[in-house]
Ligand binder design. Structure first.
Ligand code: SIN
Length: 287
């Protein structure tokens, strides 16, 4: 039987009583989806999934994205984006520096992702046994709801420019990334999305801007636009909207890319290994 344990933060809940490697009956799946929409981030502990099972469960939600960085996907599985600091024979097994800045997955596409399903295969620990490499999640609904009324009026109907290039070329500890190929560039032109986005399943209003990829406010150049955008970005991740997830091997976590944004914490380095794999659900055009 399914039970739910809320995190106590503005978002997030653990779902207990589900083994995702087993066939799931038709009543359980919609129950999980409803809990996900309600809590924005949900997670299952102690899961043992093969890559095929990860992909198969993800496909129940619909179509999956094939990440533009194919070299960061698990060999033979273009749907599984690998986030890891592990290097084998001189070659990183995945993206070594994904998610260092607050962002929402694929917000820079014309049709951003609906959500991501993240599986923890290896988690780093410090000498005292404390897990490192947490991920922070910020509720875009809580952030929107907490905006002053005059700001909500000001941003209603405005759009922001989301830019893959802005996020891709940001300064990183691991050093500069290799330039995008012309093919990757062609797949990721800048796009405009509503700053106040409506969740396609629940109708909840979300503040859809983030530090990683939101470059400017459309039609508001110069200091006025920059000041407003910076204020919204700073507001969107205030501690009261944030849940910080401490990973355990076997955690399987779903985040919704409209209802939340997230950030990876890099407080570890090799020889401490972190290996996570993500499927990314195709979404719908923002409105
Ligand atoms: C991501 O943004 O997909 C990676 C998040 C993480 O590594 O914690």
């Amino acid at each position: 039987m399914i039970t739910v344990r809320k995190t106590g933060a503005a978002l997030g809940a653990e779902i207990l009583g589900v083994d995702l490697s087993q066939p799931m009956d038709d009543a359980t799946f919609p129950h999980i989806v409803a809990l996900w929409h309600e809590h924005e981030v949900v997670f299952f502990r102690d899961q043992k999934l093969t890559p095929d099972q990860h992909v198969a469960f993800s496909r129940r939600f619909g179509e999956l994205e094939l990440h533009v960085r194919k070299d960061c996907c698990r060999p033979g599985y273009h749907e599984l984006f690998v986030v890891s600091n592990i290097v084998v024979d001189g070659k990183p097994i995945g993206s070594q520096d994904a998610g260092l800045f607050w962002h929402s997955d694929l917000c820079y596409l014309k049709v951003p992702s609906r959500g991501s399903l993240f599986y923890a295969l290896e988690v780093p620990h410090d000498a005292s046994g404390k897990a490192l490499g947490d991920t922070k999640f910020a509720s875009a609904t809580a952030a929107y709801n907490a905006l002053p009324e005059d700001t909500r009026r000001k941003i209603a109907g405005l759009k922001a420019v989301q830019s893959y290039k802005k996020g891709y070329y940001r300064e990183r500890n691991a050093g500069p990334r290799k330039p995008l190929t012309p093919e990757q560039e062609a797949k990721t032109p800048d796009v405009e999305h509503p700053i106040v986005r409506t969740h396609p399943f629940t109708g909840k209003k979300c503040l859809f801007v983030n530090e990683g990829y939101t470059a400017s406010i459309a039609g508001m150049p110069g200091t006025e636009g920059d000041a407003l955008l910076n204020r919204l970005i700073e507001h969107s991740t205030k501690p009261q909207f944030v849940y910080r997830h401490s990973w355990r091997v076997g955690d399987f976590l779903l985040w919704d890319n409209c209802l939340v944004q997230h950030q990876a914490i890099t407080d570890y380095k090799l020889p401490l290994r972190r290996h996570m794999e993500r499927t990314t659900l195709t979404g719908t055009a923002p409105f």
